[in-house]
Design a protein around this ligand. Structure first.
Ligand code: 5GP
Length: 227
């Protein structure tokens, strides 16, 4: 083979390199942590357009809930809002891959299967914001999950955030704070732990970006989830 031929004929090396370029891992990213830790703020940054600092090929999963809508929340944007009866019926029909009662009294939350499968089919990695028990369930049911545990720098900072967002009454804040202490105990089950330091959102986002990039570059084959 002369040099000309070498330049035009695809070698097995090129075939392999093309394979590497086409490689895509059907990962599902779970962003978990106590209520009020900043999951929404972090996710909002990661999900921006790449030119605005977001990550390409990542989309948020809209989960379902029976809780009341907070001011500014939109159906199918922030949650798929439904009545308890609707939720129970859909659950019986196998609509959810995971469902749970979160932070009582009796609010149901669930992850619709189609939210994951449609994104994976389109070559997009789903990002699921979920509480600690839900992350554990999903990790078990979806082995392609990468779980990230976001923790506050102190319980006081969590308290301040919950108070300032004005989303819950006093009792609800206390309930969420009590739950946080138990939830922090679950860190060993997570793949990664990231501290969301007060006033350091950029740093938190960068650390999570590094996790996503590294997981995408891992050299191990992965089949899409079967839900
Ligand atoms: P909030 O009522 O403040 O929007 O959410 C309460 C908690 O429920 C948050 O930690 C949120 O991430 C979590 N959550 C949202 N959707 C789901 C879900 O489908 N399943 C579970 N287990 N938790 C969820």
């Amino acid at each position: 083979m002369n040099d000309n031929n070498r330049a035009t004929a695809p070698s097995s090396g090129d075939a392999l390199l093309n394979e590497f370029k086409a490689r895509w891992r059907p990962l599902v990213f779970l962003l978990s942590g106590p209520s009020g830790v900043g999951k929404d703020s972090v996710a909002e940054r990661l999900l921006r357009e790449p030119e605005a600092g977001g990550i390409e090929g990542l989309k948020v999963v809209v989960t379902a809930t029976t809780r009341d809508r907070r001011p500014g929340e939109e159906d199918l944007v922030h949650y798929e809002f439904m009545t308890r009866d609707e939720f129970v019926e859909k659950n019986e029909q196998g609509y959810f891959v995971e469902s749970a009662t979160v932070y009582g009294p009796g609010n149901l939350y669930g992850v619709p299967k189609h939210q994951i499968t449609s994104k994976i089919a389109a070559g997009i990695n789903p990002l699921i914001k979920i509480d600690v028990q839900g992350a554990a369930t999903l990790k078990q049911k979806v082995p392609q999950s990468v779980s990230i545990f976001l923790v506050p720098e102190s319980i006081q900072s969590l308290h301040d955030r919950l108070r300032h967002r004005n989303a819950d009454d006093y009792d609800a804040v206390q309930r969420r704070l009590r739950a946080a202490t138990h939830e922090l105990d679950h860190f060993p089950g997570f793949d990664y732990v990231v501290i969301n330091r007060t006033g350091k959102l950029d740093e938190t986002v960068e650390q999570i970006r590094s996790i996503i990039v590294a997981e995408r570059l891992r050299n191990s084959p992965l089949a899409p989830p079967r839900l």
